[in-house]
Design a protein around this ligand. Structure first.
Ligand code: 4AD
Ligand code: MG
Length: 431
């Protein structure tokens, strides 16, 4: 019999169907066995009633263990108390493999235990919901970009130079070519792409050898970099805002059940689909100091500052026009103040922190060269990047979204390690 996915069960009301999946839970009393079956698409209660089947089948159902893999046949029936919910009235149970005693039980487990059993933990309902939200966010980002004239343009992971500074590079020996690095962001390559395709994006894993043990840092995470020719600073932020609001709406529209499983505060999420705030870095420092922070002008924002900044704000906050010393070499100087650059971060509300880093790029050959020299960047390694300012340079801007940070915010998950199937952190690489 053809497999029916549990999410489609309503289309088969009253029919005999074949479900294939795993036993999430099981209990029996007298002539009844109640099996919670999950198949990846959803879950359903399957009820085996002894008189409906052979003695042998009933015994097989009774002996099922948590996470056993099974093929269950039965009739799909609306739940007697809730028409929208379906149950399966079991006629047959085939066991593909009777699972050993499952290590993840109902009792509370510590994060270390769960992370060491990540290969199994991903089956639990919260992790399942989080993975589905990740899937939705990923495709919503691509959908928005595809609908707005951006072309996918894949950047390499093995690279000869740094994008975001040299302090967080993973290095490796590259045959006879010497040192190579794992990419921190595809941005510099995307800047070549716009000169061919106009607007481009990439989406893939990036690597940062960061020694931060915070709940917001991974050493391997997924980044979407977008880059657009002829787009300047303000329009760059406009695109970021539209894109993020598109993602929010997509998640709200299609992930109601997943958000509920994760106990996400839906009203807080809904409230974010409104115009975002914009503040200059200067004004942010003033604002934080007025609230009692000891942060000084010219400083980067720490996690606590980001929390304080968005406290009481239902919407994300753009922090723009940063001191050039604390931002990357490629950012364009602010024509109104040469000490500043036209960069922006986007800080999510509810303490979810920075989710986007972006900027208008320096498009003038001499200014870029001078800036790189001032920062002792090895010019020869970046000839190709400088070339872009010699052969048809244009004003252009772009930004990078950290997928896991965005998923954490959408799903209300406070630790980033639960937003990627196999988190890589300085103290963990297994499994
Ligand atoms: O702000 P970042 O460093 O910006 C760039 O890499 C630019 N080249 C992007 C561009 O303009 N195309 O990183 C972008 C985003 C951050 O805002 C954050 O969401 C995420 O990547 N991010 C991390 N996520 C998880 N773990 C880490 N260690 C992260 N570092 C940055
Ligand atoms: Mg940043």
């Amino acid at each position: 019999m053809k497999q029916v996915f549990i999410k489609d069960i309503a289309e088969h009301a009253g029919q005999e169907v074949c479900l294939k999946g795993w036993v999430r839970n099981i209990r029996h009393s007298g002539k009844l066995v109640f099996i919670i079956l999950r198949d990846g698409s959803s879950e359903i209660q399957a009820i085996a009633f002894k008189p409906d089947m052979s003695e042998e089948t009933f015994e097989r159902a009774k002996r099922l263990t948590l996470e056993s893999s099974v093929v269950i046949t039965g009739v799909a029936k609306p739940h007697p108390k809730n028409e929208a919910q379906y149950e399966l009235s079991v006629s047959n149970v085939e066991v593909f493999q009777l699972a050993d005693e499952y290590p993840i039980g109902k009792k509370e487990h510590g994060p270390d235990f769960l992370l060491s059993n990540r290969h199994l933990w991903i089956r639990s309902s919260k992790q399942w919901a989080s993975d589905l939200i990740r899937h939705t966010v990923y495709f919503a980002i691509c959908e928005y970009l595809n609908n707005n004239n951006f072309f996918r343009f894949d950047s390499p992971i093995l690279t000869p130079n740094a994008c975001e500074g040299t302090t967080t590079l993973f290095e490796l020996e590259y045959f006879d070519e010497g040192q190579a690095y794992l990419s921190q962001s595809g941005q510099l390559y995307l800047e070549t792409g716009i000169m061919s395709l106009g607007r481009v994006y990439d989406f893939g894993p990036v690597f940062r050898a960061e020694r931060s043990k915070t709940r917001k840092h991974l050493t391997e995470f997924w980044m979407m970099d977008a880059e657009a020719a002829w787009v300047e600073h303000d329009e760059n932020m406009q695109i970021q805002e539209e894109l993020i609001r598109y993602v929010i709406r997509k998640v709200l529209d299609t992930c109601a059940k997943e958000l509920q499983i994760l106990e996400r505060d839906i009203d807080a999420l809904k409230a974010t689909d409104a115009p975002f705030k914009r503040m200059t870095h200067h004004d942010v420092i003033e604002y934080l100091r007025a609230k009692g922070s000891e942060i000084t002008h010219g400083s980067d924002l720490g996690a606590q500052d980001e929390v304080m900044l968005t406290e009481g704000s239902p919407v994300p906050v753009f922090v723009e026009r940063w001191p050039k010393e604390i931002k990357a070499f490629y950012m364009k100087r602010d024509p109104q103040n040469p000490d500043l650059v036209l960069g922006n971060d986007l800080i999510a509300p509810e303490g979810f922190g920075e989710i986007i880093g972006g900027s208008q790029r320096e498009d003038d050959y001499d200014l870029l060269l001078a800036r790189m020299q001032a920062e002792s960047i090895p010019i020869d390694d970046y000839r190709w990047f400088l070339d872009l300012r010699k052969y048809g340079s244009v004003p252009h801007s772009g930004f990078g979204i950290g997928l896991e940070r965005l998923v954490a915010w959408m799903s209300g998950t406070h630790h980033i390690r639960e937003t990627i199937p196999f988190p890589r952190m300085i103290y963990r690489i297994y499994p």
